[in-house]
Ligand binder design. Structure first.
Ligand SMILES: *Cc1c(COP(=O)(O)O)cnc(C)c1O
Length: 395
């Protein structure tokens, strides 16, 4: 693919896939439901500003992030839709959130007090947007059922605040048979009724993540929050993507050297692989410092000319060796499909997650910054991040 000088190893981010995934998600929701594109953790490792722009361009109405820094970055990049901080923030960060126009999620009195104090330092004409998070059973962030109504009252009565949402988060939406999700939804509806009975104008409700949207748990809520599915990754083995959704990230590299391996030769550190016949190895410049973990040794493969080339020997910090399958030509400079493109014989993101013994979320957020991100739209490279502009820190 043309573009600036950069490492052979790169993550290609297909922004048309993001747009298509937004369309599919919106199609699964009532027309009046606004879609929040969740772009925390650098857009699940894909590159938050570009993902946010693509998602908003395709019809996402809000953005969700985890940290104030993530939200401020999006503002600096010119995104002007509501940006919601989905979890707790430190009270020391509240002024920065306010100045960046970020909406804060309140789950406890302490944060509400800090937010009220901060908001009151500004004119009533520019109230701070807040959401109330109710803990219906995840036992993570959120107000207990008994506290929720009192917090809702205080938010509604504070003229310096704009009550922009009430939310909860499901523990097991990615297990469709789990009855607990219905129980959580019932608890949420009880709180909403209490808020309504107290004479408070009902703010928009949001309960569903990707799995919840796909399995129909969003109901008639006014907002739905999509993270993993936005990127074209199924939420779990039990919850598949909607028709037309596809992965946005694939990782490619190029063969840097073809190694003639003789019977009895060993490959890599500690000589864990010993050849019992002559074969050719392909050296590929990706390693655990890129987020391609050491535990993939003996398990993973790369796609080469449409065939699976299994890793041999250990995964080093910066390189791997794969066995070139018999019967294919392989030359220095040929593409090696590392991840995300099963049509090119590469493992899917879910395959790699299974090899790690984790979920697909951790796979994509684990791809380090030293892997350049190449953004593609309409068949063209529209931007590259991290080629040679000094991101060499491997974070
Ligand atoms: C991260 C997050 C989401 C997105 O969940 P996915 O499973 O990735 O769709 C939704 N809601 C909250 C509160 C979150 O923190």
């Amino acid at each position: 693919m043309p573009g600036p000088a950069m490492r052979a190893t790169r993550a290609i981010i297909d922004l048309d896939a993001i747009a298509g995934n937004v369309h599919a998600l919106r199609g699964a929701l009532p027309e009046t439901t606004r879609l929040m594109a969740v772009v925390k953790a650098d857009g699940y490792g894909h590159g938050a500003p570009w993902i946010a722009k693509a998602a908003v361009g395709a019809g996402a109405a809000l953005l969700g992030v985890a940290t104030v820094g993530e939200g401020l970055l999006l503002r600096r990049e010119g995104l002007d839709v509501p940006i919601v901080l989905l979890g707790s923030i430190d009270p020391s960060e509240v002024d920065a959130a306010r100045d960046g126009g970020l909406e804060v999620t309140i789950g406890e009195e302490r944060l509400l007090e800090a937010v009220q104090a901060s908001a009151r330092a500004r004119p009533v004409a520019s109230p701070m947007g807040v959401h109330l998070k109710v803990d219906t059973g995840l036992r993570r962030y959120g107000a207990a059922l008994e506290e929720a109504l009192a917090l809702a009252r205080r938010i509604a009565e504070e003229p310096h605040l704009s009550f922009n949402g009430v939310l909860t988060h499901f523990a097991s939406a990615d297990e469709p048979e789990e009855a607990f999700t219905t129980e959580q939804r019932d608890r949420f509806d009880t709180i909403m009724r209490a808020i309504c009975d107290a004479g408070i104008d009902l703010p928009p409700r949001h309960v569903a993540n990707s799995a919840g949207i796909i399995t129909g748990q969003s109901g008639d809520c006014e907002i739905a929050r999509a993270g993993i599915s936005l990127y074209g990754i199924p939420p779990s083995d039990e919850v598949a993507l909607l028709p037309g959704m596809r992965p946005a990230m694939r990782i490619e590299s190029r063969i840097a050297r073809v190694i003639a391996i003789e019977p009895g030769d060993t490959v890599g550190y500690n000589r864990t692989f010993r050849a019992d016949r002559a074969l050719r190895g392909a050296l590929i410049p990706i390693g655990y410092a890129d987020g391609y973990r050491r535990s993939l040794a003996g398990r993973a493969w790369v796609g080469m000319a449409g065939r699976r080339a299994p890793l041999i020997g250990r995964v080093s910090m910066d390189q791997i060796v794969a066995a070139i399958p018999d019967g294919i030509e392989a030359h220095v400079g040929d593409t090696a499909h590392i991840l995300g493109d099963p049509a090119a014989a590469a493992p899917s993101i879910s395959d790699i997650a299974a090899m790690y013994g984790t979920n697909s979320y951790e796979v994509v957020v684990g791809i380090r910054q030293r892997v350049p991100r190449v953004f593609v739209q309409g068949g063209r490279v529209v931007d590259v991040r991290g080629a040679h502009e000094g991101i060499g820190d491997g974070t």
